[in-house]
Ligand binder design. Sequence first.
Ligand SMILES: [Cu+2]
Length: 161
Amino acid sequence: MNISRTFVAGALALAAATPVVAQSVKRGDLTIATAWTRQTAPGQANGGGFMTITSSGGQADRLVGGSSPAAARVEIHTMSMDGGIMRMRPLPDGLAVPARGRLELKPGGYHIMLIGLKAPLKLGTTVPLTLRFQRGGAVTVQLKVEAISHGTGAGDVHKHH
Ligand SMILES: [Cu+2]
């Protein structure tokens, strides 16, 4: 499980420490920080979306879906080992955002899947993504398009240079 509880103050400090280009969106109890995706090759059908979702609310919320003008549809995926092979599968019921906790979407774990990309995702651009939360409603973030190697280093999930 990639859900971990943390103090909101810590998450806010992390968001404040990232460069201006890193997107952080606050809507109600929810803060979505460091939203990014990877550049894709021409013809590549799908792309991933990664971010940290923090809740300062006393009640749990749930990420239940999303949409993007860049893709035919948006799914919430999990990744797990299946007979030695990494497989992803959609989570039709979405993912919980714990009360005063954090939901982490990152390579190799939970992620957003942009299915049916309408054009390749270009390095240095941003991709709008609207997330749908059970309690918090719709929140639009901008995924920063990073290099293919981004986020693959050990423990390097949130480093932006
Ligand atoms: Cu996926």
